[in-house]
Design a protein around this ligand. Structure first.
Ligand SMILES: *Cc1c(COP(=O)(O)O)cnc(C)c1O
Ligand SMILES: [Zn+2]
Length: 423
């Protein structure tokens, strides 16, 4: 092998040299990157990783790029936080948040997958890149393409949140709004990638893109002091992230960086687009496509490319999947912000609400070490909170006016609490 990684068919195992390819020509199943673990045994050690950069590139030895690749954009290495106040609310006692709401450069975990995909776009010689996106991927491709000096075409469903549209255009990307949902957009991108010589990060570069998600799993293990958690709760759109966190844990076990352990995987979706959660709940082994209708637009993929693999990952691990309503999503966004000071987007509302339900239903026991993955930032979906808070009339800048204001507040409180003074 020229490189310490290659492509392999997930079903028939056929091997391919590295190329912008995502489907097996024998059996039409998806291709996956396979890294040569033996080749990485001397470079992928706890000590070497600790000396690496404070970014996802500290795990470069198990990412599909050449050994001498120098990443121009640091993404990842986001905080893993204990979440005691949220834990108390939902009946947990050992809960952590992996906070990719602060992933750089564009505030979602998609920065990780795009870093790896665009490295390969350059290796394959593409001067134009693109993606089909539900929002966060659009932002990440646009920003990183700008930094690499690549042209980008970003195709999105026309009803995307305004902040996600602006956060794509500002980088000089060509934003193409498509009159249809994500699944229409994605089908069109496959046709465009075939016709033009463009690198679409989640179409012809998808196997490379997907490997970037492994770094969420590597980080969780390292930040727990090279241990694996009991449970992980992961939001699902195409269903790739959840499977790659599992792949990361398995690679760490294979290389002896953590002790062997079967981590349970729990998937989170919005009820308005829940093809994977539905398959898990009904025990189906195929995915029934849905027409998405939810405020969690970043998860609104009705026909998920990795749905079957996500379902298998959850089932084999002894986990479960749940879906929550738009009303629950909004409450969970507020609850996470009020308890832990983390403002997440709608996808994080999904994950938080599902996490709460898993404890409530006894699917996760109180004392188990559980990591819930917050994958995007609330500043991108502020429209989800429209009307949630009233704006009071401004107070004049005088102490007496402020005192009057406080008195009025207290009177209101007394009314609310039936005349019982609460101080
Ligand atoms: C894309 C996305 C996901 C899900 O990723 P998949 O790998 O497609 O399942 C989760 N959260 C956010 C915020 C996303 O943008
Ligand atoms: Zn095959």
């Amino acid at each position: 092998m020229a490189h310490a990684y290659e492509l392999r068919c997930r079903e028939c195992g056929k091997r391919y040299d590295n190329a912008p390819l995502s489907i097996c020509d024998e059996c039409f199943s998806p291709l996956e990157v396979q890294c040569d673990l033996e080749a990485a045994r001397n470079t992928f050690t706890r000590e070497a990783i600790a000396k690496g950069p404070s970014s996802m590139w500290r795990y470069q030895a198990l990412l599909p790029v050449p050994d001498d690749y120098v990443a121009p954009t640091p993404a990842g290495w986001t905080p893993l936080l204990r979440a005691p106040r949220l834990a108390e609310r939902i009946g947990a006692s050992n809960l952590y948040i992996k906070n990719d709401a602060v992933c750089l450069p564009t505030l979602s975990f998609k920065d990780r997958v795009v870093s790896v995909a665009l490295a390969n776009a350059q290796i394959f010689g593409f001067d134009t890149v693109g993606c089909s996106s539900t929002g966060n991927l659009a932002n990440a491709v646009a920003a990183q393409a700008a930094r690499l000096g690549l042209k980008s075409y970003i195709l999105v469903p026309s009803d995307l949140e305004p902040a996600k549209i602006l956060n794509t255009q500002v980088y000089g990307a060509k934003l193409v709004r498509i009159d249809g949902n994500y699944d229409h957009v994605n089908r069109l991108c496959s046709q465009i990638a075939d016709r033009y010589h463009w690198g679409f990060v989640n179409v012809n570069l998808r196997p490379y893109y997907a490997e970037g998600s492994k770094t969420v799993g590597f980080e969780i293990a390292e930040q727990l002091g090279w241990r694996l958690p009991d449970n992980v709760v992961v939001p699902m759109a195409g269903g790739s992230l959840i499977t790659k966190i599992r792949k990361a844990f398995r690679e760490l076990i294979a290389l002896g960086l953590v002790e062997e352990k079967e981590v349970r995987f729990f998937g989170a979706q919005a009820t308005g687009c829940s093809p994977i959660a539905t398959a898990v709940k009904t025990g189906a082994d195929h995915i029934e496509p849905q027409r998405p209708s939810t405020i969690a637009r970043s998860l609104a993929i009705g026909n998920p490319a990795d749905g079957v693999y996500a379902t298998r990952c959850i089932r084999e691990s002894g986990g479960w999947a749940e879906d929550v309503s738009d009303v629950e999503i909004v409450s969970a966004i507020q609850e996470l912000a009020e308890t832990e000071g983390i403002f997440t987007e709608t996808a994080g509302g999904v994950t938080t609400a599902v996490t709460a339900r898993l404890y409530a239903h006894g699917r996760i026991r109180q004392d188990e070490l559980t990591v819930t993955c917050i994958t995007g930032n609330g500043l991108k979906t502020t429209d989800a909170l429209a009307g949630a808070y009233e704006l009071e009339a401004p107070v004049r800048p005088r102490l007496s006016d402020f005192e009057t204001y406080l008195e009025e507040q207290n009177e209101e409180q007394e009314l609310v609490f039936g005349g019982v003074r609460v101080s």
